[in-house]
Design a protein around this ligand. Structure first.
Ligand SMILES: Cc1ncc(C[n+]2csc(CCOP(=O)(O)OP(=O)(O)O)c2C)c(N)n1
Length: 570
């Protein structure tokens, strides 16, 4: 947390007096911000007043959680910093889940909150919340701005911190008197050059470890996309032929149908990926943090493998699994240096291992010919991703449908898969779809949601309608909290406790009431036409897909087990 004091910064040329609120808006404009997601209220009214006539496109969401999730997905899809704003008190606390989400997935967002005037702070004033205190454990950084002259520097610093190093959320709290105060002063922020340089001796050690390995495997984390290292990593796997596995957040970094890509590892990973990890003698971990969903029982994870770990965040190295070689710094620089070394030396002699991995992926490939007339969600998701082609972007909610999407959709690009990986926040899908579509109007963005999660931010259908955002929604309705139901079936002796959602509203009518086109798919023979209709729709459109509540996600690594102990469905 920083309390801004003007003295710390270099004064800029004197300008005509402007209010703190106007300085906020002009600084956002100067930083190239185009879209801001928000919701007004008493403590941020001067900022809303100053928005008039600015170049910022403000998207009025219908709940502040939607603003934070949309800003998060906007950042993931555009590669820029996402911006959201809210008033003090309940507006600010409604941002909290979105802030935590961005923190867990290392997404750069700047959240601007209004607060009561400084003279009222600490008095339990109307709508006063110590939002800096509330969010302290879930922000990368936070700033309380004490005077109007400090606003530009605070915002510039917030943007710098949000996007530099390991990205994350930064909160800027603006008391109301600061928004009103006028000043001719304007303190600029000195952007420090604080990126750690890659240690080339460590890269040489990584090369040596790879050359000594017989069964090397690349373990790709979400950091690769975030760090803009996708092309570098693709070149590395092309140059070496080393097979790869991906975390949930890294799907699409290597196209899911590339030959050496074995798919996702972990709890809902593929057989081929999990077996390769357990057999590997060297994991080249790039921008991943050994999340427990990916590792299963940590003590038995990759028991035969040494670790070469590339990460920009030094605190990730050795946090959960010690690394024999650590390359700390920009992933792109580190991977490019490694590729250069690998290219300069002899080709690796790993054909047998790579061939075994590919065969295992072929043998374990999922079958889509499930019996019955009902909609088979894995097949539907695969089909829609293929029909949408390389411009497909999935903005997923959380639950069984999320795992089916991760396992069965085809992702051609790194930003093609947007999901709440670390926090697992239900309600993410719809606002995330809005953020992604605004970030890239040419992409075919599809929100994939379950009935439970969809209800958590269903009000954002109004946002879709208001701005005519042509988002496509696949609502997979099993009339239950499916993932919880599956766990109760498997691990709680079929004691189904509080998972029944059979009194859901008629989602087609609900969408239509919001002014959004909608239709139902409840038989397998309607799927292909339904997908065509959804993708061809001009505006926002929802396909309400009814599936069997008993459908489960397979395979699955039970909690507390190692990744080789996967359960299979019947
Ligand atoms: C905000 C929030 N509350 C609770 C959970 C726990 N949870 C994880 S998955 C799930 C069920 C999701 O049900 P639904 O949205 O219908 O999707 P399905 O699993 O049926 O595909 C729940 C309750 C969560 N992840 N997030």
């Amino acid at each position: 947390m920083t309390v801004m004091t003007a003295a710390a910064f270099k004064p800029q040329a004197e300008a005509a007096p402007r209010s703190g609120a106007r300085l906020l808006v002009s600084t956002l404009e100067r930083l190239g911000v185009e879209v801001v997601f928000g919701y007004p209220g008493g403590a941020i009214m001067p900022v809303y007043d100053a928005l008039a006539g600015s170049t910022l496109k403000h998207i009025l969401v219908r709940h502040e959680q939607g603003a934070a999730f949309s800003a998060d997905a906007y950042a993931r899809k555009s590669g820029k910093v996402g911006v959201c704003m809210a008033t003090s008190g309940p507006g600010a606390t409604n941002l909290v889940t979105g802030i935590a989400n961005a923190m867990m997935d290392s997404v750069p967002i700047v959240c601007i909150t209004g607060n009561v005037a400084q003279g009222l702070m600490g008095t339990d004033a109307f709508q006063e919340i110590d939002i800096l205190g509330v969010t302290l454990p879930i922000v990368k950084h936070s700033i309380l701005v004490r005077s109007a002259a400090d606003v530009p520097a605070a915002i510039e610093e917030a943007f710098h911190i949000a996007r530099s190093g390991r990205p994350g959320p930064v909160l800027v709290d603006l008391p109301k008197d600061v928004q009103f105060e006028t000043t001719g002063e304007d303190y600029g922020f000195h952007i420090p050059n604080d990126t750690p340089r890659v240690d080339h001796d460590a890269v040489a050690a990584a090369e040596a470890a790879i050359r000594a390995a017989k069964k090397p495997l690349v373990y790709i984390g979400g950091g690769v996309k975030i760090g803009g290292a996708t092309e570098a990593l693709r070149a590395f796997v092309d140059a070496t032929g080393i097979p790869q596995v991906s975390t949930l957040n890294a799907l699409g970094t290597i196209p899911t149908d590339a030959p050496g890509m074995l798919g996702m590892l972990g709890m809902h990973g593929t057989r081929a990926a999990n077996h390769a990890v357990q057999d590997s003698d060297l994991l080249i971990v790039v921008g991943a943090r050994f999340d427990d969903r990916a590792t299963g029982k940590l003590a038995e994870f990759a028991p035969n493998a040494g670790i070469v770990h590339f990460d920009i965040d030094a605190s990730e190295i050795g946090k959960l699994r010690s690394a024999s070689v650590a390359v700390v710094g920009e992933l792109r620089e580190g991977i490019e240096a490694l590729t250069q070394r690998m290219r300069a030396g002899a080709a690796l002699d790993i054909q047998d291992w790579a061939g075994d991995c590919v065969r295992s992926a072929e043998v374990g490939a999922h079958r889509y010919d499930a019996p019955g007339e009902g909609v088979y969600a894995p097949a539907l998701l695969k089909e829609i991703s293929e029909a949408a082609g390389d411009d497909f972007v999935a903005a997923c909610d959380v639950g069984q449908h999320q795992m089916w999407a991760a396992m069965h959709c085809r992702f051609a690009k790194p930003e093609a898969h947007i999901t709440s990986g670390g926090l697992g926040a239900m309600g993410f899908g719809l606002p995330a779809g809005i953020g992604a579509k605004l970030a890239d109007p040419s992409a075919t963005v599809v929100t994939i949601a379950g009935d439970g999660g969809f209800m958590m931010n269903i009000q954002e259908l109004a946002t879709l309608k208001r701005y005519g955002i042509p988002l496509k929604i696949v609502l997979i309705d099993n009339s239950s909290l499916g993932l919880v139901r599956q766990w109760q079936e498997l691990f709680f002796a079929e004691n189904y406790s509080e998972i029944d959602l059979s009194d859901n509203p008629d989602f087609v009518k609900v969408a239509e009431a919001f002014g959004v086109e909608a239709f139902r798919i409840d038989r397998r023979d309607q799927v292909s036409d339904g997908i065509q209709r959804l993708l061809a729709a001009d505006g926002p459109c929802l396909a309400h897909v009814v599936i069997d509540p008993r459908d489960n996600v397979w395979p699955l690594v039970p909690p507390g087990k190692n990744n080789a102990e996967m359960m299979e469905g019947s």
